[in-house]
Ligand binder design. Sequence first.
Ligand SMILES: Cc1cc2nc3c(=O)[nH]c(=O)nc-3n(C[C@H](O)[C@H](O)[C@H](O)COP(=O)(O)OP(=O)(O)OC[C@H]3O[C@@H](n4cnc5c(N)ncnc54)[C@H](O)[C@@H]3O)c2cc1C
Length: 386
Amino acid sequence: MNSPRGARAFDLIVLGAGPAGASAAKVAADLGLRVALVDKKSFPRDKLCGGGLTGRAIDYYRRIFDAPLPDIPLERRSDIAFHAFGEDLGLSCDAPPLHLAMRRDLDAHLLERALEAGATDLTGSMAQLDPDGPSLRIGDGKIDAPLLIAADGVNSATAKQLFGSAFDRDKIGFALEVESPGADATRPLRIDFGAADWGYGWQFPKACGTTIGVGGVMARNADMKGHLAKYLDALGINPDLPVKGQFLPFGDFRETPGKGRILLAGDAAGLVDPITGEGIAHALHSGELAARAAADALRRGMPDMALADYTRALRPIHGGLRHAGRLRHLMFRDSLRRTFIKSFRNSRTLRDEYLRLLAGETEYGPLMRKMALRLPSFALRALTRR
Ligand SMILES: Cc1cc2nc3c(=O)[nH]c(=O)nc-3n(C[C@H](O)[C@H](O)[C@H](O)COP(=O)(O)OP(=O)(O)OC[C@H]3O[C@@H](n4cnc5c(N)ncnc54)[C@H](O)[C@@H]3O)c2cc1C
């Protein structure tokens, strides 16, 4: 490979070492590529997140990192209490298990595994992107490669540089979270649809504390702090805990996830489920798909083909997110809300299907087909018109 004088050459640069970047770097290194893994932070580092790992996320982890479970403190929970708009929808005690992790531990572990596979550690480095390279200036040095995977999160500076903004402010979600000390790990996980407008609340009791948060479409929630205060009050949690907030890229994925020889993965590509807020599974999976597309294009000597191949590989994820976006209208539109509450509370099948969806055992397409059999025709029409 040709390289400018003084630049260190790699086959692939991965920018961002969260789940998407670590997954991309691990897969690419396993496929024999020389990979630079760059992050502005040194690890371990904190990341605002509930740390809920669904069965889907664990399946991807298993396949990509070749181990049954991350070797970090994890809690396994099968009891989930559902609420919607202040109403109790029932407790599911035999749900497929959800694992809870602290992101500080999880991300440090994923990074370690990517480095063990052979990726070069360039974490703790601020980098300046030249999209034409693609190359990165890091301090006085420069690295370049024929392809770059940008997994630099929801505020992606790369997406901003390529498209003018990291996300669409009219569609982006926003979430607030607190950590409450002294958890009761026997308490069920709790999910409250509608705790924020077009959003939800969650209470995840872990051994070392409880993560509580609310998130929803930002444009519909001018007073997200007010929603959090109301939610904490309803749960009987101290209202004076330190609050942290972050954007949540749901419902606004990029149809073409990148430009030229730059591929976007994970949050940078907008791959968060608009109903569950789950992003770790899609981050792991999209990182894997981007790395495979890059390796394949390089093997064929056609790096310019990587983006088209990657876009095609993402179709099933994009299809699922589109379905979820439609379903969100059924859950949150005022006129359809009662129908949703009634269907979810009264239909064991629907609840079980939703839990199977969380577990990665089914997809939105089949779930929506099952719903179609149970919904009144007006709700169905509203849903399919979207
Ligand atoms: C409040 C909240 C709760 C959530 N709860 C859950 C949950 O329970 N389960 C779930 O599945 N998902 C959850 N999510 C979503 C999940 O956190 C994200 O979808 C997931 O972290 C995406 O991974 P990523 O690798 O794409 O990005 P990130 O995890 O954000 O990683 C991006 C990395 O890029 C680095 N970076 C950024 N800019 C630069 C730069 N310029 N140069 C170098 N490096 C850079 C950052 O330091 C970071 O390490 C939650 C999100 C929020 C906000």
